[in-house]
Structures are given as C-alpha cells and as structure tokens.
Design a protein around this ligand. Structure first.
Ligand code: ADP
Ligand code: MG
Ligand code: ZN
Length: 487
C-alpha cells in the first residue's frame, strides 16, 4: 500500500497550530433548456436509457454541432446576476480525455476565453466572494455499474446536456462559508430559472478545492479537490474532515499531496481518487467545428433588462416589510417558498408574523409530510384564512398545526377541516362559563385555597376547564372568566 494511503486511514486530529483554511469552489449547473446544447435531443431527466440521443450527442463521425441559442442566453443571465463581464467573442475548446461516458473522446468546453469573467457573490454574512469565471460546456453521459460487480452500462441521455461551470476565487475560509456560498448560488440560479437546484440528482454539482496554510502566510498551500458531495451537509463534513487531515499532516511535519479525493458519507471521510501524476492532460485546443461565440451588446442589454428580482433584492424587500432578517433569509433561500409567501402576503396583513409561520410551522409541516413545495396543496387563500382563525382565537396553536398538515396534503379549506375534526376553539362565553362553573362547584377545597392566597392554582383550574371542554377551550376566555369568578 502506498504511504499516502496508509496515512489517510489515520483519524485526523485537531491541532493547536494556527492554520487557516483556504477554499475555492467549482460548481456545475445543468441548464434548464428543453433541448441539448449542440443537437435537438430532449434534456428531460428520467427517460429510458439512451432514448434521448442522436448521431450528434452520440459522437458519430461526420456530424457537426449546432449551438442552442437559449443555452447562451441562460449563461448570460448567470453572468449578469453574478456581476460578471460578458465577453463579446468567446471561444470553444476541446477538452480531450478518454472515458466510456464520453463518446467523442472530448468534451466541448470553453477554456482560455470563457463567456463570463470577474464577477462576485455576496454571502448572507456580507462577505463578498470573487467569481473567477463562468463558462459553457456539455455534460457527459452516465456509467451505470451493476450492483453485483458484473456488467457496466452507459446511458447517453445526459451526453450533451448544457452546463455552466462557475469557478470561484479561493476566497472562502470555512466549511460553513463554502456551504453558504453554494446555498446563495443555488438560490440565484433557481431565481433565474436556469437550474433546478437539485444536488441529489446532480443537476447542481460542486467540487471543493481545499488547502490550509499557516495563519498570515500569503502563499496558498497545496490543495486537494473534493468530489462527490451531493448535499450541503456532506459538503461541510467533507471540507471539515479535509481541513483536519491537512492540518494534522502539516503539523507533524508531513506534506499534503495534490490530488483529487472523494467523500465517503458512510465513513465520514475523504479518500484519494487520483493523484496529480494521474491527472488528465486535457490537451485543450480550439474547437474546429464551431465558430467563436459572438454575443451582441444589445442582446446582453436586453437580457439584463429582463432579469427577475434576485434573492438579495427580495431579502431587502422583505426586511422593508417588517420581516426579521433570519426569517427573510430562510424564505429567499428557497424560491418556491418565497413565491408562495409573496402570493400569501395579499391575504394576511402582518408580513413579519406571516414570515415566522412560513419559516417555522409551514416548513416543519412539509418536512413531516415529506412534501416538496411543488407538490404541497395549501393555497395562499387557505393559509391566510388559517392564520386569521388563529388570531381570532378560534384555533389553538396545536389545532393550527393539525389543520395545516391536512391542508398541505389535500388543499381543503381550513374552516371545513376544523369543523370536520372538531378543532374549533370555544370562544363563546356561554359554554365556557358553564364549564367554569362546573369545575368551581366540583373543587371547593381548591377554590378556598386559591382565595386564601395560593394563586398558582389558576393553572389547575384552566386545566380542569380545558378537560371539561375536551381540549377545545380558548385559554384566553377561560382565564378571563376564572379571574372574574374567583376574584
Ligand atoms: P483546475 O481547473 O485545474 O481545477 P484552477 O486553478 O482553475 O484549477 O482552480 C480551480 C479552483 O480551485 C478555483 O475555484 C480556485 O479558487 C481553487 N483553488 C486554486 N488553488 C487553490 C488553493 N491552493 N487552495 C484552495 N483553493 C484553490
Ligand atoms: Mg478543478
Ligand atoms: Zn442528440
């Protein structure tokens, strides 16, 4: 076993040495165009293997790529949203490597003259991370390995699906910051309507470059590149592990080897995939089958004029409406949640309160029901009405959760659900007063002790009246009646 592998099995240990991590992220985002980047095949996910293919995306000889205009528009949207300069004439390059899922033996990409450069992204903390470049390229197919270690198959449906790669400068300095960066970027591409933000299915993928250096040093340390992190949690775990591993190496006088590593979520550790020596020499050269990509200034200006409201602007708008910053951040991180919030604003006046319900109860209810925002059925009218019922004291907090759980599944109106389930609180004084009287008559001893000064007994009385009303009493009304009758 090579020495580096043996070292890697040792559990990384925390060190007292003052090291600082440096991170840069490379993010691939599949673009939500109908058809592929260089042919008319569908990009839809989940089709039968190799059903969305043609001679172009299968790399058969004698065919030529034709660029999909929409792909360029989507990439420009991303570039503008991240404050990049949009290059008027960018160039396609061939990136050569051999792998079974790459039928041509090369990937058409952009290399030295990418479409977008020199942008920036602001994290929720206020820190600005520089974006080095955004370039266009085509995705590869997918190798499917049989679980029993037998046959390997290849599916070319993904071959030729358009991607943008967004490369940051090494400006990040913790796992949390890297995760915030990816979350912010994810929200932006989703607001732009160019990516579905699905890390698990791999339509948004992230490689993290990680190095550490002695605090205060100006030169960058040797980095490793982490692959295969399909959730925010795995991204943070992998980076934290890798930082500890590198610090342990350096503080014991050893070196970090530049290599690509993969994260194993089961063991919670990173493992070497290939070293620098094994790295591909891509032999980039200009793609002879495609002319340089020229984008007219007027087109870029038109796209800029059509950009939607982006997460940062929406966050400011919410804060301006009286929403707390923490809730506003939770809302804007998920475009579908923010959109539903916007549509519900007209149905419920108190934006701050509404945001709290969205950030807490609605999110929790959806999580428990295992429903995504796209599938859930509660309407803006229904949610507005539900909260009005709570404000009016007709539904308790517990009853609201029960009704909401039903609403997200069925879309039924909250009044109907509350009536059917008998959840309406008794806010009428009549029946509540009868219950209070019954309880006080039944407990003369406690009444006497209360009047003698043991005021904490009020909780006991409220509980008894609640029981009498089978849990449907309104605590406010009960309290008022008790005070009147005992006082
Ligand atoms: P490559 O394309 O070969 O992976 P690049 O130099 O283009 O290499 O860098 C890719 C990413 O790695 C960028 O996001 C960059 O910020 C980051 N990066 C480069 N060097 C380091 C380093 N020493 N430590 C951390 N991140 C780095
Ligand atoms: Mg890289
Ligand atoms: Zn095709």
């Amino acid at each position: 076993m090579p020495a580096s592998l043996a070292e890697d099995r040792r559990p990384p240990r925390e060190s007292a040495e003052p090291f600082e991590p440096v991170l840069g992220l490379e993010v691939h985002a599949q673009l939500l165009t109908e058809s592929k980047i260089f042919c008319g095949c569908s990009t839809r996910f989940g089709a039968l293997p190799n059903h969305h293919t043609c001679p172009v995306c299968l790399g058969l000889p004698g065919v030529l790529p034709v660029l999909n205009r929409r792909v360029v528009e989507f990439a420009i949207r991303a570039g503008l949203a991240l404050g990049c300069e949009i290059r008027e004439t960018s160039v396609w390059s061939r990136k050569n490597y051999f792998y079974p899922d790459l039928p041509k033996g090369y990937q058409i990409s952009q290399y030295d003259l990418p479409l977008c450069e020199r942008g920036r992204l602001t994290l929720p903390s206020g820190k600005t991370v520089r974006v080095r470049r955004i370039h266009l390229e085509e995705d590869a197919g997918k190798n499917v390995h049989a679980a029993d270690g037998g046959d390997s198959l290849v599916d070319f449906n993904r071959a030729g699906v358009p991607l943008i790669e967004i490369v940051s400068e090494p400006d990040l300095c913790s796992a949390q910051e890297a995760s915030d960066y990816l979350k912010t970027l994810r929200a932006i591409v989703m607001y732009l309507g160019i990516n579905d933000g699905n890390l698990e299915e791999g339509s948004l993928r992230c490689d993290a470059n990680v190095s550490v250096r002695r605090a205060g040093a100006t030169e960058l340390g040797v980095r490793t590149e982490l692959k295969n992190m399909n959730s925010f949690r795995f991204l943070r775990q992998a980076i934290d592990y890798e930082i500890r591993r590198q610090v342990a190496l350096l503080s014991s006088g050893r070196r970090v080897v530049q290599e690509t590593r993969t994260f194993d979520p089961v063991q919670g550790e990173t493992r070497p995939m290939r070293s620098k020596e094994e790295a591909h020499d891509y032999r980039y050269f200009p793609e002879p089958d495609l002319p340089p990509l020229v984008v007219a200034r007027a087109w870029v200006d038109r796209i800029a004029g059509e950009l939607p409201e982006l997460p940062a602007a929406r966050l400011d708008r919410y804060v301006g409406l009286g929403v707390g910053r923490a809730e506003a951040q939770i809302l804007v991180d998920e475009r579908a949640l923010a959109d539903l919030f916007d549509r519900t604003l007209g149905r419920y006046a108190d934006a701050g309160r509404l945001a709290k319900r969205f950030a807490n109860e609605l999110q929790a209810t959806l999580r428990e029901a295992g429903l995504g925002l796209a599938e859930q059925k509660a309407t803006p009218e229904g949610i507005g009405r539900l909260l009005a019922l709570v404000d009016a004291g007709e539904l308790s907090g517990a009853a609201m959760k029960e009704v909401l759980a039903e609403m997200v599944r069925t879309g039924e109106d909250p009044d109907a659900i509350a009536a059917r389930k008998g959840l309406r609180q008794l806010s009428d004084e009549g029946p509540t007063e009868a219950a209070v009287d019954a309880v006080l008559a039944r407990c003369p001893e406690e009444v006497a002790r209360y009047r003698a000064g043991k005021k904490q007994l009020v909780g006991f009385f409220v509980g008894q009246v609640m029981k009498e009303l089978e849990g449907r009493g309104n605590p406010g009304v009960i309290g008022k009646l008790l005070a009147k009758k005992l006082g």
